[in-house]
Design a protein around this ligand. Sequence first.
Ligand code: GLU
Length: 598
Amino acid sequence: MRFSTALAMTATLTATTVALVPAAASAHGGAPPQIPTAGGYGGAVSTVDPTATAVGLDVLRRGGNAVDAAVAAAATLGVTEPFSAGIGGGGFFVYYDAKHRKVHTIDGRESGPATMTEDIFVDPADGLPYDFAEARVSGLSVGTPGTLATWEAATGKWGTRSLGSLLQPAAKVADRGFAVDATFRQQIADNAAPFAQFDSTRELYLPGGAPPAVGSVHRNPDLADTYRLIARRGTGVFYRGPVAADIVRTVQNPPVADDPAAPWAYPIRPGDLRLSDLANYRLRFPAPTRSDYRGLTVYGMSTPSSGGTAVGEALNILERTDLSEVSRTQALHQYLESSALSFADRNRYVGAYTPQPVLDRLISDRWARQRACQIDPAQALTKPVPPGDITASGCTPARAGGKVEDGQSTTNLTVADRWGNVVEYTLTIEQTGGNAMVVPGRGFLLNNELTDFNFTPTQGSAPDPNLPGPNKRPRSSMSPTIVLKDGRPFLALGSPGGATIITTVLQVLVNRIDLGMTLPEAMAAPRASQRNTAAVQAEPAFIAQYGPGLGGLGHTFTPVAELGAATAIEFGRGGRMIASAEPARRGGGAAGVVHPRR
Ligand code: GLU
């Protein structure tokens, strides 16, 4: 089992933080507030970071729409949350257009090089897959970033401001700096060994050889310059010009330090991303996934994300039981079982090239019937459960398979404007710290998204839909979700957390829609994640509260400090919005509204 390092790495990301942001961090000179819940009118923003939320609200107050605010906030997260997201990565943007009452999506996922082969993560020396850490900290793991193209397309299609103007607040934050908090420091400390391998990364993040102190001011003038260069000359500098050249050079010749302070256990392998890969990068605009749930319509992200189909399938299974009528233990049992079944099917069938009829089948009510019939209200299924056989009818399971995926990187934001437009956007550079290489002179980290491919086949004798291939995009779990009621927004939400994103989004939906919780309660409630593994990963508070009851049905638990870092907005009557962020996870998020009162 060569994935142990990945698990160890993610297990360390449990630090809490303090809300400490100095005047220097604010777009308007004052320290932005960090509150997890805000109710009001005229627009709302929820992100993991007070500075990004303040920037988004500022754009809304100046008359920008949700798309403008989301892009400005995302660019700011590239500065203040650089280990989770930035222009070196990709993501999925879901947009509800109030005027046309239509949901659109942008697939800005990273794509692999044209030369990528199925065995890219198999060591030619011994025929075994690389250790995760070896694959991650390499040029092999870097896909062509889609984030900047996403911002350009979103603003061009639906925004009212130029991309250049929306990059300015973030450039200002990068120039002036912001106070290092405990999460920022911890994320560097957890990456100290890989960051120390590269001159460019250690200069930026290990000043004097150590992570910066909490409370010190972190500046990133190179990133400010990169944002301003893009603002002046357009995204061509990134995909075809000097920034493209620097990205390719970094991937092909990693900027390895001569004297890394900390040893690294692996050779640092170059990748084969080329200028032509960047020049040929294209966004996709797939139709959203759609499933009906108790009278609501749930829109999610289609492939290459598995989020939309996995959340949709689990909801369809759950819909077969009235969760508000059963005990809390039974409701949570149904939640865990539906999630395990959905994950088995996702692992077996969902990848970048899954045919549409298969995706449609997976989120059909007929399929939900075939899968729901396997759930025993009195006894947990033995995990891993086999995937269903989509060529069969009835309750027959097929073969076993599947791997445990995990992760805590990535960031999510939710924005709504006074016109009723809504953006749900999840963006990432994959692991916290991406592939650990800052592009020299440009101030941003590169992604390691290609490690989201399966390194070797996981489905036994059945085909694995998520193996690497030329120009292919790795399967994601990102699940930006917009729920409509009678054709108008009711709830928008999303989260980071690798494959736990799917269960976090599902659990918040169940908490809010079925279990009688308000949105802030649904967000704060302790979480559990059943991804078709023997034991359920769960937060300690969940185990304390529900462990005995669920244990009686045969569930076992592995404690994890926290799951997800969600953001959400709920829409009420008369234009009222409730913006909600995490009260505590990952140091707490920041929600805000344009007008607290009507
Ligand atoms: N790369 C992951 C995905 O696309 C997200 C990483 C994370 O959230 O930790 O599913």
